[in-house]
Design a protein around this ligand. Structure first.
Ligand code: HEC
Length: 155
């Protein structure tokens, strides 16, 4: 039935818009990242530099983030902005799928070391399960005797 197909297409199109800061995932496909780069160049480059090196806004190529470096954090910052610090909210201008692509593109710049990189700002963010395993990201267990909680009552 034709209506069925139209409904299906409508459903799929609407799915692209249900991406939010909780459900967003990092896109790895070259085509999605290329689209992310276009969105970046048109909207973000002016404050974050042609290669994400940072100018008015922070550098995206290092591991330091003011508002968190997970895909969820980066999406949240883009969506809601930090208006009092000069980073606008993009949710009225970019669809969720576009914010996902540009967030993924930004994170794909990690470790690229562009010239004229702005000094790191914020806190060190160690990637979790969404990125390649990094042995140095495993927190050292400092005091194993403190892990047991004998006073805690099981329910
Ligand atoms: C008018 C300048 C301006 C534009 C345009 C701009 N930003 Fe920003 N952005 C900033 C500033 C300034 C900050 C730092 C906010 C702070 O100090 O908390 C920031 C912070 C961020 C952060 C958080 C970085 C961190 O260290 O946690 C992300 C992510 C970000 N911007 C993404 C984008 C994206 C994506 C776009 C384009 C869609 C964009 N920005 C466009 C100025 C801008």
């Amino acid at each position: 039935m034709e209506l069925g197909d139209a409904d299906k297409a409508k459903f799929l199109a609407s799915q692209a818009d249900v991406i939010d800061e909780k459900s967003v995932t990092m896109l790895m496909e070259a085509a999605a990242l290329a689209e992310g780069k276009e969105i970046y160049t048109a909207n973000c480059m002016v404050c974050h530099g042609a290669n994400g090196e940072g100018t008015v806004g922070p550098n995206f190529t290092d591991k330091y983030w003011l508002h968190g470096g997970s895909i969820n954090d980066v999406f949240t910052t883009i969506k809601y902005g930090v208006p009092e610090k000069g980073m606008i909210s993009w949710k009225a201008q970019l669809r969720p799928g576009a914010m996902q692509k540009v967030a993924s593109y930004i994170l794909s710049l990690q470790g690229t070391n562009p010239p004229n990189a702005k000094a790191p700002q914020g806190e060190l963010y160690e990637p979790g399960a969404t990125s390649a395993p990094d042995a140095s990201a495993t927190p050292a267990v400092t005091d194993t005797t403190k892990t047991a909680q004998p006073t805690e009552v099981q329910k």
